[in-house]
Design a binder for this molecule. Structure first.
Ligand code: APR
Length: 311
């Protein structure tokens, strides 16, 4: 029997993620949105691509949650996206309400599902989903580190004129301006980047990575990135459904790791059939540890705002 993946939010990120997952044919996909006709139309269009791509999986669109029952993975992308001049944090209270209501709907219909949170501000939304669902921490996590790391790797590969596959890097921390590209352990074909690039160039690429989302928002003007985010979602879904035990940077609940407690932050994890099977503690320099701490502080501020708003 094929696995079942629900994608909530049939906008740019959700629909593109649904398409990437459907195209591979390993899971039936349910696409949910509040806008009448939108998920149905996109799902039908996708389904009709099956004879061309050779995909026998099913994809359905709906405005209700009954069709999502017994999903293996629920990807949550519903919410508002950034426009020029907005930070991810500006989305906080609107998206908090949307994510809370969606999690309530999906959690009791798919009590064994993995919840993959994509709605921004991502780390705070993952924390919210964890609280509302009551699911164990290994089954509630967020997508951000793969995307931020992919941006970092793209810029480094371009700068050094090498394959993206030869660049090994991690971006940790919250999915915000204070994210932490771990330059100390970034290598290209095994050589540390410090030996290949000047500190000025490394700093410029780190800055471009941190502003990577805003760069796209400023170009698109009416929305935010979705091709790279949806690719990252599909990679996480595959790691879970195929029990790959892949080491990937994801947003996970830390309980003492990296000196942080009770907070969702981006760190390398082992992702497999049991979701987050392990949090990997990589060596960080003192500067990187301090940067991770201040990135975590920024996430904590959002959690505090949400707690006050909920009072
Ligand atoms: N239930 C279901 N769907 C909802 C709800 C809800 N309560 N509220 C909003 N939506 C839907 C919208 O109707 C829209 O189709 O979520 C979709 C969001 O799509 P886009 O506006 O295209 O936004 P997108 O670019 O997909 O980004 C979605 O992911 O990367 C993050 O910052 C981004 O938070 C944003 C989210």
């Amino acid at each position: 029997m094929r696995s079942k993946v629900t994608v909530v939010g049939a906008g740019n990120v959700g629909a593109t993620a649904a398409q990437r997952i459907f195209d591979k044919g390993y899971a039936d996909v349910v696409l949910v949105d509040i806008v009448e006709g939108l998920p149905q139309g996109k799902a039908l269009d996708m389904l009709e691509s099956g004879p061309v791509t050779g995909t026998d999986a099913k994809v359905t669109g709906t405005n209700s949650y009954d069709e999502t029952a017994d999903s293996d993975v629920v990807v949550i992308t519903s919410g508002i996206a950034r426009r020029p001049g907005m930070s991810r944090d500006d989305l906080l209270l609107t998206n908090m309400k949307i994510v809370s209501s969606v999690v309530e709907e999906v959690a009791n219909r798919s009590p064994n599902a993995h919840l993959l949170i994509v709605t921004n501000p991502l780390d705070a939304m993952a924390q919210r989903a964890f609280q509302v669902s009551g699911f164990p921490k290994n089954r509630v996590f967020g997508m951000a580190g793969i995307l931020d790391t992919a941006r970092f790797r793209t810029f480094l590969a371009e700068e050094l004129d090498v394959s993206v596959n030869s660049v090994e890097a991690y971006v940790l921390g919250g999915h915000g301006d204070s994210m932490v590209p771990v330059t100390g352990s970034t290598t290209v074909g095994g050589t540390p980047i410090g030996k290949l690039l000047s500190q000025d160039r490394v700093d410029a690429i780190v800055k471009r990575t941190q502003d990577g989302g805003a760069e796209i928002v400023n170009l698109l003007k009416t929305g935010s990135a979705y091709y790279a985010p949806s690719a990252a979602i599909a990679q996480m879904v595959e790691a879970i459904l195929f029990d790959k035990k892949e080491i990937l940077p994801c947003t996970a609940l830390l309980e003492g790791e990296y000196g942080l407690n009770g907070l969702y932050v981006g760190v390398p994890v082992k992702l497999g059939a049991n979701g987050i099977e392990e949090i990997i503690e990589v060596d960080l320099t003192d500067d990187e540890t301090a940067a991770l701490k201040s990135s975590a502080d920024a996430v904590q501020e959002l959690i505090d705002v949400m707690a006050n708003a909920a009072d």
